[in-house]
Design a protein around this ligand. Structure first.
Ligand SMILES: [Zn+2]
Length: 293
């Protein structure tokens, strides 16, 4: 970590510790707290008791807010056999007739040989979405806002068309049969955005107008240094929606530790995260939601 970042993190912490987060403002500290809670539950692969505990925690947090909670239960065919999975969807009603979805995964990769707690990969998206839900509940957007916690993002064997993205493939199919997909203006997926050395790649599957809107907004907010020029193609939970014609963007930091060495290893622990990184993404996403009004 650079010294300048350490100073920013310390200042952010002191500021929020004084209880000065204004209503409608995203608290990086609160998002980090949720991510730490998730990681402390241990490995959380689909079907595990730890994931059930996290699901209870997410539901309990969402029940504090004025939203409708949808529990999207399904059985996925995996290389390990049929597996029960569940997406959680918080729906904040709007008046525009259109909707925007913000999504991420809450489970962690099944890695039987190591103790993989996924603080950033699974934990960060969970913490981010919970704090975003709190802010959205106070914000009164005209668009309906759908905050989605996906199960089964990770593959069990080698990544393939049929192994991985279980929750998002299921929900995209479900939303194609009701009216939701046609009402979606945009879908923003977040993954691994808690890294204290935050650098978000220009993910090239993403819809160009939406991706450029995010990059332009970050620059306007003076946060452009975290949104890199570097391009990469990363398949993630936005892809099943792109394939069905939804405008979607994936916000992912895919250089987690030197040469991405913390990714899918025991090194993915809460000490690698910072409240400031969550706050950067939170501010940008909220401003993009305002522009999509
Ligand atoms: Zn992963």
């Amino acid at each position: 970590m650079h010294r300048r970042q350490a100073l920013i993190a310390a200042v952010a912490f002191a500021w929020q510790a004084c209880g000065q987060v204004r209503p409608g403002e995203f608290s990086g500290e609160a998002a980090l707290r949720h991510a730490r809670h998730a990681a402390a539950l241990g490995p959380r692969p689909p079907g595990s008791a730890a994931l059930e505990q996290l699901r209870s925690y997410i539901v309990k947090e969402l029940e504090k807010l004025r939203c409708e909670l949808l529990r999207d239960r399904f059985t996925a065919e995996t290389p390990l056999g049929p597996m029960k999975m569940e997406n959680l969807i918080a729906r904040f009603a709007g008046r525009s007739g259109r909707a925007v979805a913000i999504t991420g995964h809450y489970e962690t990769k099944w890695m039987p040989d190591i103790r993989f707690v996924g603080a950033n990969d699974g934990g960060a998206s969970t913490g981010f979405l919970l704090e975003l839900a709190r802010v959205v509940s106070q914000s009164g957007f005209r668009n309906e806002i759908l905050i989605v916690f996906f199960d089964g993002e990770e593959s069990f064997g080698p990544w393939s068309e049929t192994d991985g993205l279980y929750g998002s493939r299921h929900l995209a199919a479900r939303w194609a049969t009701d009216s939701t997909l046609s009402r979606l203006k945009a879908l923003i997926n977040v993954d691994m955005i808690g890294d204290r050395d935050l650098g978000i790649l220009r993910e090239m599957h993403s819809t160009p107008w939406l991706r450029e809107l995010v990059w332009r907004t970050a620059a306007e907010l003076g946060l452009g240094r975290h949104f890199l020029d570097r391009e990469a193609w990363v398949e993630d939970d936005h892809v099943p929606f792109l394939r069905r014609g939804v405008s979607a963007v994936n916000l992912i930091d895919f250089e987690y530790g030197p040469a991405n060495s913390y990714w899918h290893t025991e090194q993915d622990t809460p000490d690698k995260l910072s409240a400031e990184s969550f706050a950067v993404v939170g501010r940008v996403v909220l401003e993009v939601l305002r522009k999509l009004e």
